[in-house]
Design a protein around this ligand. Structure first.
Ligand code: HEM
Length: 147
């Protein structure tokens, strides 16, 4: 429906430039919650967050995150087909010390990135469409946390 169209159209250009948009998203994430930075074990000898973000390991993680978003956008009609993958991805994040509560600040950072790059095209319905999709991804990842 309308939600899927909004997401697909907005991702069309964004998805072609994953890394720069991912950098905007993660710069925002570490601004909102600097504590998350320490969960990355490879954050060695960087002068600043900005230096770190442009290191190969961080760029690789950013690329991985953007590819998961890309997969979700490409599977809007059958998001459940990603459930096993996302559950395992959740497990891996629990193992590195991520808390499920942190996904709300990740979501805020995602919206911030969308707002920065879409400008006028960032509307209330678009924001809600992305929140809905992100909520499904987070729910699937969160099912990977052992209770
Ligand atoms: C792997 C941290 C959010 C996707 C990792 C790793 C760390 C990490 C430390 C292992 C090292 C590495 O592969 O670079 C975090 C933190 C996050 C976060 C602190 C924010 C709270 C996300 C999100 C996604 C994601 C939102 C996608 C929706 C991935 C993927 C991997 C990964 C695909 C590779 C997993 C594998 O090796 O199979 N993450 N991550 N991450 N992360 Fe994240």
């Amino acid at each position: 429906g309308k939600d899927k169209e909004l997401i697909r159209n907005s991702w069309e250009s964004l998805g072609k430039n994953k890394v720069p948009h991912g950098i905007v998203m993660f710069t925002r994430l570490f601004e909102l919650d600097p504590g998350l930075f320490s969960l990355f074990r490879y954050k060695t000898n960087c002068g600043s967050t900005q230096d770190c973000l442009s290191s190969p390991e961080f760029l690789e993680h950013i690329t991985k995150v953007m590819l998961v978003i890309d997969a979700a956008v490409n599977h809007l009609d059958d998001l459940h087909s990603l459930e096993d993958f996302l559950l395992n991805l959740g497990r891996k994040h629990q193992a590195v010390g991520v808390k499920t509560q942190s996904f709300s600040v990740v979501g805020e950072s995602l919206l911030y990135m969308l707002q920065c790059s879409l400008g006028q095209a960032y509307t209330a319905p678009l924001r809600q469409a992305w929140l809905n999709m992100y909520g499904i991804v987070v729910a699937a990842m969160s099912s990977g946390w052992a209770k």
